[in-house]
Design a protein around this ligand. Sequence first.
Ligand code: HEM
Length: 410
Amino acid sequence: MSDSSTVAEEFAAYLADNVGADPFPIFRRMREEAPALWVEPLQAWVLTRWDDITSMLEDGDKYGPLMNQPGTSSIFGRAILQMSGDEHRRKDAIIAKRLRGPRYLGSTIEDIVSGLVHEYGEQLPVAPETADLRTGLTEPVPLGAIAELMDMGEASNFRNWYNDIVAAGTSNVTRDPVVHAQGEAARDELYDFVTPSIEERRTCPGDELLSDLCSMEYEGERLSDDEVRSFTAFLLSAGIETTDRALANLVKHLILQPEQWQRLKDDTELVSSAVTEILRYRPPVHVTIRMAKHDLDVDGTTIPEGSKVMSFVSSANHDTARFDDPDVFDVGRFQGEERPNYTLIGPVRAFGGGPHTCTGSLLAKLEMERTLEYLLDRFDRFEFAGDVPPDTGIVLRSPTSLDVVLHSAA
Ligand code: HEM
């Protein structure tokens, strides 16, 4: 795009052909020139500044859930992101108990994740062969973790259901009817599989997340079977592709910047900081969506009541008002100041913020840290098997494949 193109034209061009493009220079221009921009192709107002995005995520008086949005909710109905107030707090707490509570996170989940990383890591082919890291490691680890947590490890079709539901949800921005129909079919199969388990757990609860969902009461009533099924499908969508893509981004940038890989080899204390840094530098989820509850003034622009508002959290993570040298990938950036709980007030917006901050952030952090530690321990270095894989996606963004050659540590 020439310098004379408007910021709206430049952003529309990115939306039209995002494959391989670097959106961060466009985001910088938007933060400077049009921090609240009406974007016709999205039929939405787009926010790019850290302060405005944080306000959108935290201020429930100004912004609320957007109902009937395209995406995963059209496949499996109303989910936790569409809830608010007491209902949201109570229902989120059920998942949080299992995903964030030290009792499970520090023992059961830790064992599950470490076991999965080791199991899949050991099967990776090494040089001179090519390893497909997406299908060989970064996808099966979070997929296996959710299957275990929901006690659905025996469902041999779990991976296919996941792939079809996700493809029909967040990623189906063009609303392809064939993809949508496949997603609905996968959802129906998943629901058929999970329904007898729900009945069983109603009478005989076990020690896993599905039993928690079947047992909890809200306003004196248990969640309906529909709600439990919907939660199950939501967790498949929220907890797998996100971490998978985050790991793909991490590996890609450690190959592109081998001096950062070497820093980690020399000092594994930096692992936690490196994971936080990749979530800042190249978050897998770029966008969160809300609706304006009233006419709102954002940096002098009026956003009318009822408008769809899309916050590019990826842009917030590169705002110089919040981060020094934001375009530099520095694995030591958060050393000594990691926020072990990824609390609501942390500056990195990869997990959102406010009441809907990602409930699975500690699980994702654990999966990423154990995977990175494994790679550092097992391999001296790695390189792309071919060209550098381009990033694709507007809402979720990462390379879609990651073929690498792995060189074992001596
Ligand atoms: C690196 C990996 C992940 C990233 C970047 C990520 C990102 C996010 C973001 C940005 C939100 C907020 C969306 C919004 O405000 O509109 C969110 C919400 C959520 N995520 Fe994650 N997520 C990740 C992994 C996980 C995992 C592993 C799980 C669970 C197994 C999970 C479960 C959830 C849930 C339940 C919510 C809804 C929270 C609520 O509404 O209160 N996520 N995630």
